[in-house]
Design a protein around this ligand. Sequence first.
Ligand code: OGA
Ligand code: NI
Length: 349
Amino acid sequence: MEDLDPTFIQAPEHRSESNFIPNQPDEIPVIDLSRLDDPKDVQNVISEIGDACEKWGFFQVINHGVPCDERKRVEETVKTFFDLPMEEKIKVKRDEVNPVGYHDGEHTKNVRDWKEVFDVYFKDPMVIPSSTDPEDEGLRVVYNKWPQFPSDFRAACEDYARHAEKLAFKLLELISLSLGLPKERFHDYFKEQMSFFRINRYPPCPRPDLALGVGHHKDADVISLLAQDEVGGLQVSRRSDGVWFPIRPVPNALVINMGNCMEVWTNDKYWSAEHRVVVNTTRERYSIPFFLMPSHDVEVKPLEELVSPENPPRYKGYKWGKFYVSRNRSDFRKLEIQNIQIDDFKLAT
Ligand code: OGA
Ligand code: NI
């Protein structure tokens, strides 16, 4: 048995075998977006999306319009980069000033993840709060970091991100309609969007029983759109009972999940599910999530249209930018306490 650096070891209740029932019937919906071309089917697609957001907080889409060769191009270019010697990779290492670029020491819930990542802002430059202090209104401008080699890296990432962002807004419109709201209800929240996308590489791991590629977490964003290769490993915790289910790789599909903002806006109607990534001893895995995020100054709180005396707000509002920079602090090192989480904003109901 190979030794594993103790920083990677999950608590027993969070390991890959806990609360996982193998060979469950596959229930997470796969929705074909080409059905939107048939006016008679549009309402069905919208209700299927709404049901999936409520029950799972997760679904997959096919025929979504993001070209699969753009995804393959990112994957191949990034693989060339990840295979470079560490002294090359750390030239574009993420730091506390510009929290994008290369990184291999991310901690989720204070346990180190078995992965290396490269992060790219969708808007370059991007505006974020300069500190986590709620009283400090200062802002700063942050920039992407690009490696010199491979030379196609930047173009491949930017082309992919453009397509992913377009799909993100289309999905946001469908989600808005599924809530009985106008199609563009959410659009104003994204004038200075803080969206970014990430390329994850999960190397083979000697102890997949002890470590995870990403520990259990909820995404902080609005919605995430994730491309995964055929290896598999992503799991979602079922809303009704917390049992872990695999998200089966479907060729050329994208996995869509609700983040904390959507959960708060809908006052818990839609579910931001916990998810995690299990690793394996033989195959490396790639995934590319695009995280759709509002502007730094947006106050995230339950939408007025979705609350009532019978359904009072379950969250107090929070400033998106501040939440995000506070949450990000733990990505660099192990903190002594659990980092800020959405439940910190829950109201007693
Ligand atoms: C994430 C995440 C899942 C995956 O990066 O937030 O949940 O399959 N990734 O890589
Ligand atoms: Ni995630």
